[in-house]
Write a new protein. Structure first.
Length: 167
């Protein structure tokens, strides 16, 4: 008898593309477990992430703990929505290892917005979430965008192209 394995949903898109909003909405609609990197980092390292280097350091500390947790949830037959960025080849390789090692079905939702649309949403987010004023800046967007690599089918993902407005 085969044990059911949950579906893993991942998100790719530039800063401000709406990944977190889409992840929350999808998790709620599908009754899935939502894991948000931003939430975990804010809880574990409050006020310590002010630069891209800080993010890289603390995110690297988090990943070894998150991977077996997600795999165990998937193996229990529960769907998981991960609000962890899949914006670089290295990030996607780590995420791919999560589902491939337990042979879980997956989809990678690619939110393809223009830089202008992302910057507009970042400006709105700064108004709505004052705690993000220090990090949600044009400069941070430009730093992160330099590393962004759009996903391709050759990476082994089931890619679903979406727009933020679809959520």
């Amino acid at each position: 008898m085969n044990t059911p394995v949950g579906m893993l949903t991942l998100f790719c898109g530039k800063m401000g593309a709406g990944k977190s909003t889409a992840a929350r909405q999808l998790a709620e609609e599908s009754h899935s477990i939502l894991l948000s990197e931003d939430d975990w980092l804010a809880a574990l390292y409050p006020e310590q992430i002010r630069t891209l280097e800080n993010y890289i350091e603390f995110s690297a500390r988090l990943k070894p703990q998150v991977k077996p947790l997600v795999q165990s949830i998937l193996c229990a037959g529960t769907d998981v929505v991960m609000d962890f960025p899949a914006n670089t080849l290295a990030q996607r390789a780590w995420l791919r290892s999560i589902f491939s090692e337990v042979k879980a079905p997956h989809k990678l939702v690619y939110l393809a917005l223009s830089d202008e649309e992302c910057l507009k949403q970042i400006a709105q987010r700064r108004i709505e979430q004052a705690e993000r004023t220090a990090t949600d800046t044009r400069d941070m967007f430009e730093q992160l965008t330099r590393y962004f690599v759009a996903p391709t089918p050759s990476e082994g993902f089931h890619i679903v192209l979406e727009r933020w407005a679809d959520y």
